[in-house]
Design a protein around this ligand. Structure first.
Ligand code: 4NP
Length: 157
């Protein structure tokens, strides 16, 4: 029997260097640990273009490394029109990212758009942007991402 199509998720933030690459890397790590590589297709992107082609922010790479997640291969890219047809689910890291995605979405786009933090089940809307803060902001973001990844895995794995 042919295997079912993988469930595809695109993680989106503003720059694609802090939050969304960490979300992609942590989810990939959990998916691999669960032996479900064939079940998911994962990627991340930014609504902005400032960091296209860049590695993740060194603070995201560091916090990932502290938790056994390697982000060194990831490179930033910008959200593109095709993403709204290629992905089953596009998860925005905050309400501003979601508003930008809603404005970009083609009228016949097939992806479901939602707030990433809704998967934390903590009643909060946004994964706060840690870019201008200190290292503790990145650890707090990591904890939200770990929680959401477990919920995503349980729901779609
Ligand atoms: P991210 O964080 O959206 O989590 O990747 C940011 C990265 C860069 C900028 C803003 C937020 N920036 O203004 O360059």
């Amino acid at each position: 029997m042919p295997s079912p199509q993988p469930y595809s998720i695109l993680f989106v933030c503003l720059g694609n260097i802090c939050r969304s690459p960490l979300a992609e890397g942590v989810m990939r790590h959990f998916v691999q640990q669960a032996g479900l590589d064939q079940r998911f297709m994962l990627d991340s992107a930014g609504t902005g273009a400032w960091h296209v082609g860049n590695q993740a922010d060194c603070r995201s790479i560091a916090v990932g490394g502290e938790h056994g997640v390697d982000l060194s291969d990831l490179r930033a890219r910008q959200v593109e029109r095709e993403d709204f047809y290629r992905f089953d689910l596009i998860l925005a890291m905050d309400a501003s990212n979601l508003a930008d995605l809603n404005a970009m979405q083609p009228s016949d786009g097939t992806a479901n758009l939602a707030l990433y933090r809704s998967y934390c089940n903590d009643g909060q809307k946004d994964v706060p942007d840690p870019y201008y803060g200190g290292d503790q902001g990145f650890e707090a973001v990591y904890q939200m991402i770990e929680r959401a990844s477990q919920v995503l895995l349980a729901k779609h794995g």
